[in-house]
Design a protein around this ligand. Sequence first.
Ligand code: PLP
Length: 420
Amino acid sequence: ARARAAYVARNPRSAEIHAEAAAVMPGGNTRSVLFYDPFPLAIARGEGAFIWDADGHRYLDLLGEFTAGLYGHSNPAVRAAIDSALDGGINLGGHNLLEPKLARLVCDRFPAMDSVRFTNSGTEANLMAIALAKAATGRGTILVFHGAYHGGVLSFGGGGSPVNVPHHFIVAPYNDTEGTLALIARHGPDLAAVVVEPMLGAGGCIPARPDFLHALRDATADAGALLIFDEVMTSRTSAGGRQALLGLTPDLTTLGKYIGGGMSFGAFGGRAALMAMFDPRRPDALPHAGTFNNNVLTMAAGIAGLTEVFTPEIAERHRERGEAVRGQLNALCRQQGVAMQFTGLGSLMNAHFTAAPIEDPAGAACDNRLRDLFFFDMAEAGFYLARRGLAALMLPLTDAELDGFRNAVARFIEARRPFL
Ligand code: PLP
């Protein structure tokens, strides 16, 4: 309560802006994930790895727009590409010169994707991949996992979401090979697809065990169902996503976030024979629409990001850097003997308040007030994370800035030790 009171006293302008927003938007909000009590910070601007709130406080941006902000704020190469796209008009109402270039880049990075289609969000990419799986198999059941998040209407944390699309979903236990294989065996003949995040992202950066993912690959193939890898978040764990690290080929892959250079983006793709169902020259083609699917700003930003900034070498270095940072944070927690750890893969991590190994969302359960405490203490110290404890490291972060974060975590542990 004291941390929250200090937050209120520190952020009067954010409070005013939230009140203004609440007059015209329910709860002053248009993205549920961004709300926290008593009101969220209003972010006025960003530059490089920093953001400033409406009261003028500067924060190291460790949230990185839930992974879409990989390039940092106003990356010069991405910005130049957007500027030059603006010169040619932004709503062209036709195929444009940039979409085949971005499609080629994506397919080259993800060998499982012979061809690809663009959407405006990761949510849409997953909706279309599921529609394709149902059409291709002629089956109706979709297996997903407890704690999975594939978009606002495909959300399976804490009992599912009342706004979920009304597919026939079977919800399996994450990282539980035996339990999942039993469900696949039971529903096999009706199963269109298994949709899996190679690491639960919104569910707390909980990586899937490689043997679990390989078992899903084999079991879906045996059942005649498609394996859909939702790599919207994990695509940054290497140039070709987690599937490249594991040497695993899903039938369909969905992407989003940073691959559009920080603009609205999603993509889904896979084997040519499957994706051909969208070929509009076919009399029985599946429709896939979207005014902004091929918008030139996203295409331009995405191309610049993949060719000029997040090259395969940089992707590898960023992954190693993330592993090192997370390793140091976990070493600190162990040395201090506190029930705290950072799970994740590469540059993606989430703080949790338990010392036991975490393999599924139940294993990450803790007193939620600890997450609040960490969030508000970090904000006060000038470090901006997701309220749930997610950090998605951006490229422009320096070693000194990341050391600063580790020192802030050390101070948090010292100050809050009785609660940990
Ligand atoms: N899939 C995963 C794994 C995600 O983390 C997200 C977003 O956080 C989505 C899908 C949805 O993407 P979008 O927010 O672009 O609709």
